[in-house]
Design a protein around this ligand. Structure first.
Ligand code: ES4
Ligand code: ZN
Length: 326
C-alpha cells in the first residue's frame, strides 16, 4: 500500500488537542444563534478568512473570542461529540484532550457545566465510536498562579476523572516557574503533569518544565532542539513530545513544513508524536497532520509506524485498552 493509505488505515491516538480549538465555524454559528451570542463575523467564509496568524498571540486572541459561544453543558457535549465523530473518520481510537476551564469560568460559565458537558460527550463518543479518552485540565499561563489554584480547587469533585494538568496560552513571559507550587499540589492529588514548552519559548522553559513542574510529557518542545544537552536528557528520560506540525506552520513556529523538525526529532531518538492542536483553526485534523508532514519531509513507512506507535506508547492507556489496541 502507498503511504497515504497506510496513514489513513492505521489505528491512531491523539495526545495534544484543545477541545475548544476543534470548534468549527459552522458549529460556532449554530451555537451563537442558539445562545443569542453576537459574533464579529458575517459568514463561515468570513471566519475562515480571519484565521491568518503571525504568532501564537494572534491566534489566542481569535481562539478566546471563538469560545464565547460555548455557554451550556449541552454546548460542551456537542463540541466534544463533533470532534470525536470527526477523528473517528481518521481511525483515531484514543484521545487525551485539553480543556481550558478558565476560558469559560472567566465568562461566567460554571466549571461544572463545562467539565460535565465534555465528560458526557466523551462517554457518548466511546459508545458510538469506541474511542477511549482522558481529559487534561489546562491552566492559562497568562493568568496568575493564584487563579490556577482556584481552578484546581474547582476540579476537586472530578479529580478521579482527570488525567493530568496542562499549561497553555501565551508562553513568552510566562515561564513554567510561575506555576511550580500549583503543579506540586496537582501531583499530590495524583494528577500527571504536562506543559506546553518550547513552542515559542526558549530551551530554558523546557528545563523548567522538567525540573520545576516535573512534567511527564512535553507539549510541542520544538525549541529543545537548540540545546544538545537538553535533547540528550529528553531521550534519556524517555519524555514524549506531542508535536503539532500544522499548528507550527499556521503560527509561524516553522516557515515551511519542509523545515519542520519532526524528522530531526526522530533521528535524534526523541519520542515524537503527531497531533492536531486546534484543528479548526490550523486547517487539519489528525490524518491531515500525518499526510502533509509525511509528504513535506519525505517520511518513510517506518517513520509513520514509529510515530503512530509513539502515540500509543506515550498515552496513558489502561492495561485492558492497551491489550485491545496494541
Ligand atoms: C494553544 Cl497552539 C497553543 N499554544 C498554546 N496555548 C494554546 N491554547 C490553545 N492552543
Ligand atoms: Zn496546544
Amino acid at each position: 500500500t502507498d503511504l497515504p493509505s497506510l496513514i489513513r488505515a492505521l489505528p491512531k491516538a491523539e495526545l495534544h488537542l484543545h477541545i475548544e480549538g476543534s470548534l468549527e465555524p459552522e458549529q460556532m454559528f449554530e451555537l451563537a444563534a442558539r445562545n443569542n451570542v453576537a459574533l464579529p463575523y458575517d459568514s463561515v467564509e468570513d471566519i475562515r478568512a480571519a484565521y491568518r496568524f503571525n504568532n501564537l498571540q494572534e491566534f489566542l486572541d481569535i481562539y478566546y473570542q471563538g469560545m464565547s459561544v460555548l455557554l451550556t453543558k449541552q454546548d460542551f457535549h456537542d463540541l466534544t461529540y463533533a470532534y470525536l465523530k470527526r477523528v473517528h473518520a481518521d481511525n483515531c481510537r484514543h484521545v487525551e484532550i485539553f480543556f481550558d476551564p478558565q476560558g469559560h469560568t472567566e465568562r461566567g460559565v460554571a466549571f461544572s457545566d463545562a467539565i460535565e458537558g465534555i465528560f458526557d460527550g466523551l462517554e457518548q463518543g466511546k459508545k458510538d465510536f469506541g474511542i477511549s479518552s482522558h481529559l487534561i485540565l489546562s491552566f492559562l499561563r497568562h493568568l496568575s498562579e493564584e487563579e490556577a489554584f482556584e481552578t484546581l480547587e474547582q476540579a476537586e469533585p472530578y479529580i478521579d476523572r482527570i488525567l493530568a494538568v496542562g499549561l497553555d496560552s501565551s508562553e513568552l513571559g510566562h515561564p513554567p516557574s510561575k506555576f511550580e507550587r500549583v503543579y506540586a499540589k496537582a501531583r499530590e492529588k495524583g494528577l500527571k503533569s504536562f506543559a506546553h514548552a518550547g513552542e515559542e519559548g526558549p530551551p530554558e522553559y523546557v528545563y523548567e518544565a522538567l525540573d520545576l513542574l516535573k512534567v511527564d510529557r512535553i507539549d510541542h518542545g520544538n525549541r529543545a532542539l537548540e540545546d544538545d544537552a537538553l535533547v540528550e536528557r529528553l531521550v534519556a528520560e524517555n519524555k514524549y513530545l506531542t508535536v503539532c506540525p500544522l499548528s507550527n506552520l499556521k503560527l509561524c513556529v516553522v516557515d515551511d513544513l519542509k523545515n519542520h523538525p519532526l524528522k530531526t526529532m526522530l533521528n535524534k531518538g526523541l519520542k515524537a508524536t503527531v497531533n492536531s492542536d486546534d484543528p479548526s483553526y490550523f486547517g487539519g485534523y489528525l490524518n491531515d497532520n500525518y499526510l502533509r508532514t509525511a509528504e513535506a519531509l519525505h517520511l518513510t513507512k517506518d517513520d509513520i509506524v514509529t510515530l503512530v506507535k509513539n502515540g500509543f506508547d506515550g498515552a496513558y492507556l489502561t492495561a485492558e485498552r492497551k491489550a485491545e489496541l496494541m
